[in-house]
Design a protein around this ligand. Structure first.
Ligand SMILES: NC(=O)c1ccc[n+]([C@@H]2O[C@H](COP(=O)([O-])OP(=O)(O)OC[C@H]3O[C@@H](n4cnc5c(N)ncnc54)[C@H](OP(=O)(O)O)[C@@H]3O)[C@@H](O)[C@H]2O)c1
Length: 299
């Protein structure tokens, strides 16, 4: 059965709401260090604000433009100067499309004795755009894949392998994806859509390999942003909390009401029974397992 994306829950949110409020005790991020790629602007900046409201102790914002990051950090410090405890905001220049830069981000954190507990992969490469993919330049297409897939992958590998990670310490990975990965045909944005789909597929596969107790992984569509930035920002905090653990490895929308979703028995049944539900893979056939496939081949 297919669901209508706009009616998965009766309520289709366009702004934040109490169940995902970062000031809710069960969503507290107290004492945690959170790294947000692309945290200097757009949705990433709002995500930084929401984690500060949730009590995170250190918020590291990463981006390529130092001036943008520094200005963002000044704004954040001003807004939260009277919070107790006061969160520390660290603006760190880095390019997730560059392997050496990624290494240097994590070396810096380690040298500062910072253990990152939550990683929000928010930075994205949106280009090239155009109606004819075959007219696009391979190098430009690969730049998008390099950032949206390779960069996010390498950030995740470094996150998981932090020398300062206490043995057995659970991590939280939040991947800001996009509804564009559903849309077929999806005019003009093939490299963006397919690279975002590829990384969302990767996070699902990683979640199959690593249980939620080790690393909780949630991918979500933040909404098409005009005035509703608090919704995806607060949703990112919710996605990094134990309240979202049952969605480990899945791709969901910030618009869907989290309480209604949780109460929906049919939804829970599908999550349990359909391995491909809200995951990126070729759909339209019944689930097949590797075992069933091998048995069929040998019969
Ligand atoms: N806006 C929407 O309507 C919408 C809808 C669906 C999904 N999304 C998703 O939401 C996320 C944020 O989107 P947005 O609209 O807020 O984007 P945005 O305003 O363009 O911000 C992207 C941020 O990422 C940083 N960035 C880009 N490339 C980077 C790189 N290689 N290394 C480090 N930082 C990099 C940018 O800073 P620098 O340029 O300084 O590096 C910028 O701060 C993306 O993942 C996007 O796919 C957005």
């Amino acid at each position: 059965m297919s669901l209508d994306s706009f009616n998965v829950t009766r309520t289709f949110h366009r702004d934040t709401y109490p169940a995902i409020s970062p000031t809710k005790a069960s969503l507290s991020q107290a004492g945690k260090a959170v790294l947000i790629t692309g945290g200097g602007g757009g949705i990433g900046f709002e995500i930084a604000r929401s984690f500060a409201k949730a009590g995170a102790s250190k918020i590291i914002i990463v981006g390529r433009r130092t001036a943008v990051l520094d200005a963002a950090a000044v704004k954040l410090r001003e807004e939260f100067k009277d919070s107790t405890p006061t969160p520390e905001f660290i603006a760190h220049q880095g390019d997730i499309g560059d392997d050496a830069s990624i290494s240097s981000i994590w070396e810096f954190l380690n040298s500062q004795n910072i253990f990152v507990r939550v990683l929000v992969l928010n930075a994205a490469h949106f280009y090239p755009l155009g109606p004819d993919t075959l007219k696009m330049d391979k190098r430009e297409i690969m730049e998008g894949f390099n950032t949206n897939v390779g960069g996010n992958f390498l950030m995740t590998v470094n996150f998981v392998n932090q020398p300062l990670r206490p043995k057995g310490q659970q991590l939280n990975l939040v991947n800001v994806s996009t509804s564009t990965i559903h849309i077929i045909p999806g005019p003009n944005s093939t490299p963006y859509a397919t690279s975002k789909a590829a990384f969302t597929a990767l996070t699902g596969r990683i979640a199959d390999e690593h249980p939620v107790e080790e690393i909780q992984i949630i991918s979500f569509h933040p909404g098409i942003i005009y005035s509703e930035v608090a919704l995806p920002a607060d949703y990112a905090v919710w996605a990094a909390s134990p309240e979202a653990s049952w969605l480990h490895g899945r791709f969901v929308w910030a618009h869907w009401d989290v309480d209604e979703l949780k109460a929906d028995k049919e939804f829970s049944k599908r999550l349990e029974q359909e391995k491909g539900f809200l995951r990126v893979a070729v759909q339209g056939l019944k689930d097949i397992s590797v075992d069933a496939f091998l048995n069929k081949q040998s019969s």
